[in-house]
Design a protein around this ligand. Structure first.
Ligand code: AMP
Length: 221
C-alpha cells in the first residue's frame, strides 16, 4: 500500500470527508491546506501576509503557491519523520503545485509511494453540495446537508458550533467552482496520469460508498 495519497477533486467533491476517514483508518497524517489556512483565523493578531491569505480565502481565490509549498512541505516532513503516511487534501490545485510536489517526492525517492485519487464530481453537483453544507468551527468536521442535520447547531463529534463557511456564499461558491472545478482539475489529473499515479473514483455516491471505493484503490496500490 502506498503511503502518500493525494486527493484531487472540485470543491465539494468530498476530499475533506474522505481524507479524514482515510487518515483514521490507516493512521495517516491528514494534511488539509484549507484547514491549515483557516486555522490562521483563530490565532490572535495577524501579520500582513496572514491578512492577505484570509482575504484571498474569503474571496474564494487561491493563495500564492509558495505558501502552499512551505506549509505542506513542512507537514509532510513532520509526518514522514514520525514514520506516518500522509493524505493530502486540497494541497494540489495548480499545475505549479503538481510539478512542485512531483519533484518533492522524486527528490526524496518516494515516487513509488505516491497514489493520486481523483474524486470525480460534476461542477453542478459540487455547486449544489456547497450551497447546503456546513462545518464545525472547532474540529472542522464537514456536515453535509440531510434531513437529520439540517437543523443541527452543535457538532456531534466535539460540541463545537456549526456554521456556514464564510466562503460558502452563493457568489463565492460560483467563483470557486469556476477556478477550482473540473476545468482546473483536468490538467492536474492528466499530469499525474502521465506519472502513472492516477486512479479515479465516482464521487456522486454516498460517503460510505465512496469511502469503500477509495479504500479498494488504496489497498490495491
Ligand atoms: P478548501 O477548504 O479545501 O475548500 O480550501 C479553502 C480555500 O483555501 C480555497 O478556496 C483557497 O482559497 C485556499 N486553498 C486551499 N488549498 C489551496 C491550494 N492548494 N492552493 C491555493 N489555495 C488553497
Amino acid at each position: 500500500m502506498k503511503k502518500i495519497i493525494i486527493l484531487l477533486g472540485p470543491p465539494g467533491s468530498g476530499k475533506g470527508t474522505q481524507a479524514k476517514l482515510l487518515a483514521d483508518r490507516y493512521n495517516f497524517s491528514h494534511i488539509s491546506t484549507g484547514d491549515i489556512l483557516r486555522s490562521i483565523r483563530n490565532t490572535g493578531a495577524h501579520s500582513p501576509a496572514e491578512e492577505n491569505v484570509l482575504t484571498l480565502m474569503l474571496a474564494g481565490q487561491l493563495v500564492p503557491d509558495e505558501i502552499i509549498f512551505d506549509l505542506v512541505g513542512m507537514a509532510i516532513d513532520r509526518a514522514l519523520l514520525e514514520k506516518k503516511g500522509v493524505v493530502l487534501d486540497g494541497a494540489v490545485r495548480t499545475k505549479a503545485q503538481a510539478e512542485y510536489f512531483s519533484k518533492f517526492f522524486h527528490d526524496k525517492k518516494l515516487e513509488e509511494e505516491v497514489l493520486v485519487v481523483e474524486i470525480a464530481l460534476s461542477d453542478e453537483a459540487a455547486h449544489e453540495r456547497l450551497l447546503h453544507r456546513r462545518v464545525c468551527r472547532s474540529c472542522a468536521a464537514i456536515i453535509p446537508f440531510s434531513e437529520i442535520t439540517k437543523n443541527s447547531t452543535v457538532c456531534e463529534a466535539c460540541g463545537g458550533v456549526i456554521e456556514t463557511r464564510p466562503d460558502d456564499t452563493p457568489a463565492v461558491i460560483a467563483g470557486r467552482i469556476a477556478s477550482q472545478g473540473s476545468a482546473a482539475v483536468r490538467p492536474l489529473a492528466e499530469f499525474f496520469a502521465a506519472q502513472g499515479w492516477l486512479s479515479h473514483v465516482d464521487g456522486t455516491s454516498t460517503i460510505e460508498v465512496v469511502a469503500k471505493e477509495i479504500q479498494k484503490v488504496v489497498e490495491q496500490s
